[in-house]
Write a protein of this length. Sequence first.
Length: 469
Amino acid sequence: MEQKVISMGSLANRTVGLLLCAITALVICREWGVAEWTQPAKPFLVLVVVAILLFQVRWSRKAFVAVAMLISISLVATNTDWRGIITRGLETAAFIGAFFTALSTLRTVAQTSPAIQRAGTFLAGQPPGRRYAALTVGGQAFALLLNYGSLQLLGSLVTANANSEPNVEIRRHRIRRMLLAIQRAFVSALPWSPLSFAVAITVSVIPDTSWSKALAPGLMTSFLLAGIGWSLDTIFKPRLTVKPVRSAPVGTWATMLPMAVLLAVLFIGVVTLSALTQVRVVGIVAVIVPCIAVVWMHIQHWHENPVSTTCRRIKTYVLQELPSYRGELTLLMMAGFIGTAGSQLFAPMMQATGFDLSFMPSWIILISLVWIIPIAGQIGMNPILVVTLIAPLIPTATDLGVQPIAIVVAITSGWALSGASSPFTATTLLIGSFGGISATRVGLVWNGAYTLICGVVLSIWVITFAYLF
């Protein structure tokens, strides 16, 4: 009986992995405008994946599926266009699942790269005077390649480095400062990275926007987030009762060269295809990232029968590693569905109460977008859910008297703040686990002042960009 249960679980995992790859292929077809006849299968495949995952995830994830079902039932009962709305919700879930599947290919190969390990060790071993800045800049590069895996890799490296310090006082301060550096590096990459959900989701729900338009202001948002973090670390540097023993870092800055080359290939590919095609950046990323991952696997195993080893690793990724992300996939896909479908359910309710955002000053709406996402994060609302839920309720850019990309800047700013402060996001949960403290303490104590200061500065930046640029 036990063997039968195990075989059933293995079959379920294999099915989920294959279906996610199929969904990814269908999303790519949609983004590139080919094989449109395949698209009706996409919502059905999403339903099958969610039905399988429902029996494999913990109760907190099942709750998201339950909410999605309740919203669907309510739509059937109250909206004549319920089929179209539910289909759009499933389309959003498919898009999120495909984007996650594509990005995870790069994460899985980067985590086994000796060059990436050496680069992380080099950053973690920097002397205190430049450690925070090095982890902030290098952490953004890691965030692009590994997504949440960057926190896991760098978190393990910096804690190992700090734990080698025999003095308890120094060790405690070092762990805190290094963990905050990599977390703030991660969230500061969200407003501009073409591989971040913040950009991918926001430009997909705000009309007439794109990653290329969001890049320059997103980099400014990133600079403010990273700069404020570095300033706070420098100004409030702890006063030690003992003098720490300095040690030279392992390696040189040349250690970062392989990562720089990889990022250059990634960005040149994305920018070139964006210029040559009319395909959205998410469609380009969904193609180019897995291609880079496969080539990278091949190079890693150049002396180990590379073709067969690469094929074996791809098989392992699809059938074992990808299904192991079941909790994250369920959360993200259902958050997208709930936001997309739920907004169509709640919008008529808001109109019935007479509440109309179009009568509010546009600058208040833009500032509200900066704050509402991190505030919602305090009660466990995922940024994907919040953004897809409120996006249809936001007046058009024309009604607000601003360019559409200003709305993107406001939303991605709030998304980043949620990543730093919400006790329910993966960033604070991971940092808390490495620091041996609760995610609530990370979000509200370690990052409390940082979030408030960044919120004020980013509010000013959003208004400045909206009306002066």
